[in-house]
Design a protein around this ligand. Structure first.
Ligand SMILES: [Zn+2]
Length: 177
């Protein structure tokens, strides 16, 4: 009897070794380059689709690990996206951006609290972030500064004078009460 492709409904993840449904594995796209260009490398699910041998959860935890080791690739990508969204130029190189973050020290220059570098959803305000000092200008060495997400969030694209007005308004409102 000849060997035929096994169409699997479930499979053991090559990393966490648990038996999972085919939907728990990401579908493979054909390779873009190399000797196997155009081919899909993986296992075949019950519907004939090629899938990764590592489950989605394990894949994501690998991604998170890489991100924690070197968050700059992802950050660089995010800021570039933000620049194009805000229609401002992006003139920082990845190295310049990295140096900015590394030289920023470990405290927010606005609030003085310690940055949390691996912040999660719940303490994101303490994470370091890159602010454009003048929001009308782009991401350049001169126009960017590392501040906490909280400071960045409060400032958004407001003018300094506007932030002053917000401060005065709420200060007097709270005094009245
Ligand atoms: Zn797994």
């Amino acid at each position: 009897m000849s060997r035929t492709t096994r169409y699997l409904e479930t499979k053991n993840c090559n990393r966490c070794k648990s038996n999972k449904n085919f939907n728990d594995f990401r579908m493979v796209k054909p390779l873009m380059s190399g000797p196997n260009k155009g081919k899909k490398i993986g296992w075949t699910d019950v519907k004939g689709k090629t899938r990764f041998s590592i489950c989605k959860i394990c894949e994501n935890s690998g991604f998170m690990k890489r991100y924690r080791l070197n968050p700059y690739n992802q950050l660089f990508h995010n800021f570039k996206k933000r620049a194009s969204f805000a229609k401002v130029p992006f003139e920082l190189t990845k190295d310049e951006m990295k140096i900015k973050f590394e030289k920023s020290g470990d405290r927010c220059p606005v609030f003085g609290f310690k940055f949390i570098k691996n912040a999660t959803k719940d303490n994101r305000d303490y994470a370091p972030s890159l602010d454009r000092i003048n929001p009308k200008e782009g991401y350049t060495k001169e126009n960017t500064i590392v501040v906490s997400m909280l400071a960045n969030r409060i400032k958004t694209d407001a003018k300094i004078e506007d932030i002053g007005k917000v401060y005065k308004f709420y200060k007097s409102l709270i005094k009245k009460n």
